[in-house]
Design a protein around this ligand. Structure first.
Ligand code: SF4
Ligand code: SF4
Length: 395
């Protein structure tokens, strides 16, 4: 296993982290036996970073059960889990959710604790006003939290604000070869590294879409360039090629995925991508981007929208639905709604005030395009369904 150093703590972390969110299931529930086999094998092969979250239904509890069944396993790994900020209304809620996570995980400390899915500087301000900073410092003093970070799905500009808002120990961003200019993007990765922060990467395969469902032209570009590597392996190696990346999370559900990822992680050292592979990725990116319908770069200049619509993320989801399939676009659309961190906002919340139009350097007719987003992705009853789902997950 390749290891990379957490630049803040000096800990050696496996370049491949296990994203527990996609534990194998059976009959709609987590299959703890199958998950145990995967986790034990991953750890035996060198993986030492496990990522879960309070909001991943049944996930922390399954991991806690696996630790109990395997004495000594917990001490061999760094556990990351996340605070459901959207459900924190008073300071005591921080304690409540941390205690529940510790109980479920059957541990007395969290190695890497994240504020889950911060999407804006305003979301951080709300958290700070609840006394989050003092609370974290107390938890660190008593050893319940070792390191504090945040996972991020908001616009680029706010990421930079967040980086400098608190003395973070690490951060977690969405990053892959299609998202260099989306959310934190390459600029965010570099800014975090400049501040000496370890960066954990999620969605290296864009929810699996850089693995199997590339548009035909993108696939041809790879084979024409003589790239025999399969698209998933190439996409992962592209992320690991960046020395600023510390850990890449992969949600693995099968032994085959686990073994392939471990093999890839072993050799994907920073700077190891060959020239022909770099060109092939650029070609694939071009073809995928060409299938996008709205030329939004994700710059975020149009924000904030007075109605809270996350304009760039709506367009990203819309584009994804053409390039990688409707279901992937829908998944992204729900994430873009901000449902996990507060009141969900959808394209349909646009009142066509026009305040955003002048701000867009790409001259996109934003309200009109949001109507297209609504037509394609907003199935009837979606807002109510999303709100209900979030409510159930927070129990
Ligand atoms: S036109 Fe719509 S998206 Fe643009 S600022 Fe107004 S409400 Fe927000
Ligand atoms: S809609 Fe325009 S201003 Fe808004 S993020 Fe996209 S490109 Fe930037």
């Amino acid at each position: 296993m390749q290891f990379r150093t957490d630049s803040r703590s000096g800990k050696e972390l496996s370049a491949l982290g296990f994203g527990c969110m996609r534990f194998p299931t059976s009959g709609g529930r987590i299959d703890v036996d199958a998950s145990e086999r995967l986790i034990v094998e991953a750890i035996d092969r060198g993986v030492n970073y496990l990522d879960t979250a309070y909001m991943y239904n049944g996930n922390e509890a399954a991991l806690g059960e696996i630790f109990t069944r395997n004495p000594g396993l917990r001490e061999r790994v760094h556990v990351a889990t996340k605070l459901p900020v959207a459900h924190c209304e008073v300071t005591a809620d921080f304690d409540k959710y941390l205690e529940r996570s510790l109980e479920r995980l059957r541990t007395d400390h969290i190695d890497y604790y994240l504020v889950h899915n911060v999407t804006s500087a305003e979301a951080w301000s709300r958290l700070a006003s609840l006394g989050f900073e003092q609370w974290v410092n107390r938890q660190k003093e008593v050893g319940r939290i070792c390191r504090i970070g945040f996972s991020y799905h908001g616009p680029k500009a706010d990421f930079l604000v967040l980086l400098d808002s608190f003395d973070w120990d690490f951060c977690q961003i969405q990053y892959n070869y299609m998202n260099e200019d989306y959310q934190a993007g390459t600029a965010g990765l570099m800014a975090a590294a400049e501040r000496g922060l370890p960066v954990i990467v999620m969605e290296p395969l864009l929810g699996g879409k850089l693995a199997g469902d590339l548009p035909k032209e993108a696939r041809s570009a790879l084979s024409d360039a003589g790239i025999s590597d399969d698209p998933a392996r190439l996409a992962l190696r592209w992320v690991w090629d960046h020395p600023e990346v510390t850990v890449v999370l992969s949600g693995m559900s099968t032994q085959e995925q686990l073994l392939q990822n471990i093999e890839t992680a072993d050799t994907a050292l920073p700077g190891s991508l060959q020239g022909a592979e770099v060109v092939a990725v650029e070609l694939a990116r071009e073809h995928i981007a060409r299938s996008y319908k709205v030329p939004c770069t994700g710059c975020g200049y149009c924000l904030p929208c007075p109605k809270g619509v996350n304009i760039p993320m709506c367009f990203a989801a819309y584009n994804t639905s053409f390039a990688h399939g409707w279901y992937q676009g829908m998944h992204q659309y729900i994430t873009a709604s901000g449902a996990m961190v507060g009141e969900a906002r959808f394209a349909s919340d646009c009142v066509k005030c026009g305040a955003c139009i002048e701000k867009c350097p790409q001259h996109i007719r934003i309200p009109d395009e949001l109507t297209s987003v609504k037509r394609r992705l907003q199935i009837p009853g979606l807002p109510a369904l999303v709100r209900l789902g979030v409510k159930m997950m927070s129990r």
